[in-house]
Design a protein around this ligand. Structure first.
Ligand SMILES: *Cc1c(COP(=O)(O)O)cnc(C)c1O
Length: 378
């Protein structure tokens, strides 16, 4: 059976051009980047080329980019690494209730170690409230961490406003931009972002490689001990091939930004329109305007997400109920709870996330299949 993939928010397939770029570094170019001879220097050069590609995509300096093993590690390094290095300046952190667990759980770890954390509420569309943010700031606040775009409902937060508030109050601003890379144009200078996390496998590079941007002059500590790689901020021999892949993938996705963005938006809006017309009684979660182009999140009145996934899988369709990170967890999604869905509606939720290989025919097939599943239930 043909697979129709609608789970690009969970991960994306690695694109051909990226695989091609990586292959030499799995083979003949096997040098350790920390060595002095030319084989090692080749690897080092490849990593620095990728660093340039990432820096260019977000408008940072090349030396402000640090490679990690994933988006989760970038979040951990940004939040814990910054908090440990700056605890003499204050012990208060502000984040939101709808962050990825890499951010939420890093904050919880810090709370156990004596830090204080404020978890901001969000409204029914998933936006934080700027006034609540301003009121939460106190003399001990050292860090604000608010995601650029939410992985479940696709809502894009008012990042420019948050960046300005952080700057005015002399507070460092970190954003988890893992879902946003490729889907939003991100200029860290214009947006006053001090730290930013990203992950290769959300934009057609492989799983197991990420990056963290940290503005020059901001002090943070390494959280994994060992060698002095990545300017002594991240110990461990670099994943050279995948770092090369990440650099290529970020360059490619931004080189075709307008086309990619338009394609995903067209699919998403067509999906919303058809699903409401053909299925009726469907709740759309998240904001309709300030939303990731490829994200659709909908709740049904009488079918659980688990059952939907099972029925869709029978027809070759990959999608998600809530978030991939919580499929093993029977608790309702913390994001859907935060936007006010009751446990039942949260359980009846399906996330569809479109990608560059989807076709209009795939989407018609998806809509027809959902229609059949729903009709059988009535
Ligand atoms: C996927 C994701 C992460 C985690 O990235 P990994 O590379 O899978 O560790 C973090 N934050 C958000 C918003 C994500 O979507």
């Amino acid at each position: 059976m043909e697979i129709r993939y609608f789970d690009h928010a969970a991960t994306t397939p690695v694109r051909e051009e990226v695989i091609k770029e990586m292959i030499p570094y799995f083979g003949v170019e096997y040098g350790n980047p920390s060595t002095m001879y030319s084989l090692g220097r080749n690897a080092k050069r490849a990593i620095n080329n990728s660093r340039k590609q990432v820096a260019k995509a977000i408008n940072s300096k090349t030396k402000e980019i640090y490679f990690t093993s994933c988006g989760s590690e970038s979040d951990n390094l940004a939040i814990k690494g910054f908090a440990y290095a700056n605890k003499d300046k204050g012990n208060h952190i502000i984040t939101s209730k709808i962050e990825h667990h890499a951010v939420l759980d890093s904050c919880k770890t810090l709370e156990r170690q004596g830090f204080k954390v404020t978890y901001l509420n969000v409204d029914e569309n998933g936006f934080i409230n700027i006034e609540e943010l301003v009121n939460a700031i106190n003399k001990d606040t050292i860090l604000i961490s608010i995601m650029l775009a939410n992985n479940e409902i696709g809502t894009i937060e008012p990042i420019e406003e948050i960046g300005l508030i952080a700057k005015k109050n002399n507070i460092v601003f970190h954003t988890d931009a893992v879902q946003a890379i490729g889907n939003e144009k991100i200029d860290i200078q214009k947006l006053n972002i001090d730290m930013l996390s990203l992950s290769g496998h959300k934009f057609y590079a492989p799983k197991g490689v990420g990056a963290l941007y940290v503005k020059e002059g901001i002090n943070f500590e390494k959280i994994q001990d060992g060698g002095e790689q990545e300017e002594n901020k991240r110990a461990g021999t670099e994943n050279v091939a995948e770092i090369v892949g990440l650099g290529k993938a970020i360059e490619l996705i931004y080189s075709e930004y307008d086309e990619y963005n338009k394609k995903l938006k067209t699919f998403r809006d067509y999906f919303f329109e058809q699903i409401q017309r053909k299925l009726g009684n469907i709740k759309i979660n998240g904001d309709l305007e300030k939303r990731l182009p490829g994200n659709a999140n909908i709740s049904f009145d009488n079918i659980s997400g688990g059952e939907l996934l099972y029925r869709l899988d029978e027809k070759g369709i990959c999608a998600s109920a809530g978030s991939a990170c919580s499929t093993a967890n029977p608790m309702p999604s913390h994001v859907l709870t935060a936007i006010g869905l009751d446990a039942k509606l949260a359980e009846n939720t399906l996330r569809i996330s479109f990608g560059r290989d989807n076709t209009k025919e795939d989407i018609d097939y998806l809509i027809d299949t959902l229609n059949q599943i729903k009709s059988k239930k009535m």
